[in-house]
Design a protein around this ligand. Structure first.
Ligand code: FES
Length: 147
């Protein structure tokens, strides 16, 4: 299985690792297929943009690389744009992922969605990300859905 140079770079030198202690939103998700887990913490500014973001992932190399790139992609984004990041966009940003590893990128996009909705609900607002696919018992991580 071949990984792109960018995947290897983010795996070997993951960006934005850690936990924001006074986070505005927290997202914790698990991959039902492999049991890997990740946690994303975010700070949100007054304009609803992601001001700071950190992650912790206990998982495979692809899960770590996709988590790392998602934090770079989401920083500075509006909440609406952040929850719209698809697993395909994550894979493209990394120069591609092997088909068998595409499901790993769902962990990162779902973790971000949960963190955004956590922030909104804590502030008395309606969630915007909706149901998280990886928490659906019928979710097929090897399916070809868009996000
Ligand atoms: S094998 Fe578990 S997220 Fe990649």
């Amino acid at each position: 299985m071949l990984y792109s140079d960018k995947v290897m770079d983010h795996f070997n030198n993951p960006r934005n690792v850690g936990v924001i202690e006074d986070a505005d939103g927290v997202g914790e998700v698990g991959n039902p297929v492999c049991g890997d887990v990740m946690k994303i913490t975010i700070k949100v500014d007054a304009a609803d943009r992601i001001d700071d973001i950190k992650f912790q992932t206990l998982g495979c190399g692809a899960a770590i690389a996709t988590s790392s790139i998602v934090t770079e992609m989401a920083r500075g984004m509006t909440l609406d744009d952040a929850v719209s990041i698809s697993k395909q966009q994550v894979a493209d940003e990394l120069g591609g992922l092997p088909p068998a590893k595409m499901h790993c990128s769902v962990l990162a996009t779902d973790g971000l969605k949960v963190a955004v909705d956590d922030f909104l609900v804590k502030n008395g607002r309606d969630p915007i990300a909706g149901p998280i696919k990886s928490s659906d018992p019928n979710f097929d991580p090897h399916g070809d859905e868009d996000d």
